[in-house]
Design a protein around this ligand. Structure first.
Ligand code: ADP
Length: 193
């Protein structure tokens, strides 16, 4: 099953993706995680992406489309995958459609977590507190200033992706303000339909 998880930073995509992996037995492909791994490994892509990510801006469509095209060919993606953080622009959504058509594959659904913007900054702050409490490393882009830029990027570049999938009929909108378990249940229901 191939799924896309859509929603602003702090919407709960990562939390729900972790639950979906366990239930569906397919991997989560987070372009954010993959780019952070490239940065940590100091690969050419990582060196190019680091500054852009630290500023809260979007890495080029060509780079992330290339990453997803390669990664989805891996054997663990044979039964499907959950895309988290991709596509983030309409151009990426179009490239994904072209890639799927080329590979003779289809998306099962696009799950959008809809969340009040006013709640997002608070969720990011909690995530930072939790990371510090558990001795982890706080992301360079998880601070109020950069978070605001990430939200702006979301509004300008990613919100139109929702309209793109609404037009194609793939979009399933879920209220991301419910409890984590309620959101999980709503996603399950949307996938059954
Ligand atoms: P979040 O969803 O919490 O904003 P991610 O971990 O998905 O964060 O992404 C972190 C950063 O990685 C983004 O701000 C952006 O710079 C880069 N990035 C991730 N996915 C993409 C993408 N599909 N297109 C462009 N840039 C991306």
């Amino acid at each position: 099953m191939r799924l896309v998880l859509l929603g602003p930073p702090g919407a709960g995509k990562g939390t729900q993706a972790a639950r979906l992996i366990a239930r569906l037995g397919v991997p989560q492909l987070s372009t954010g995680d993959m780019l952070r791994a490239a940065v940590a490994a100091r690969s050419p892509i990582g060196l190019e992406a680091k500054e852009i990510m630290d500023k809260g801006q979007l890495v080029s469509d060509a780079v992330v489309v290339g990453i997803i095209d390669d990664r989805t060919d891996a054997p663990d993606c044979a039964e499907g995958y959950i895309l988290d953080g991709f596509p983030r622009t309409v151009a990426q959504a179009e490239a994904l459609d072209a890639m799927l058509a080329r590979k003779g594959q289809k998306l099962k659904a696009v799950i959008e977590l809809v969340v009040d913007e006013s709640a997002l900054l608070d969720r990011m702050r909690k995530r930072v507190e939790e990371t510090i409490r558990t001795g982890g490393t706080v992301r360079a882009d998880d601070n109020p200033e950069t978070f605001k830029i990430r939200l702006d990027a979301y509004r300008a570049m990613t919100a139109p992706v929702s309209a793109y999938y609404k037009a194609s009929g793939a979009l399933r909108q879920i209220d991301g303000m419910m409890s984590i378990d309620e959101v999980t249940a709503a996603i399950d229901k949307a996938l059954e339909a």
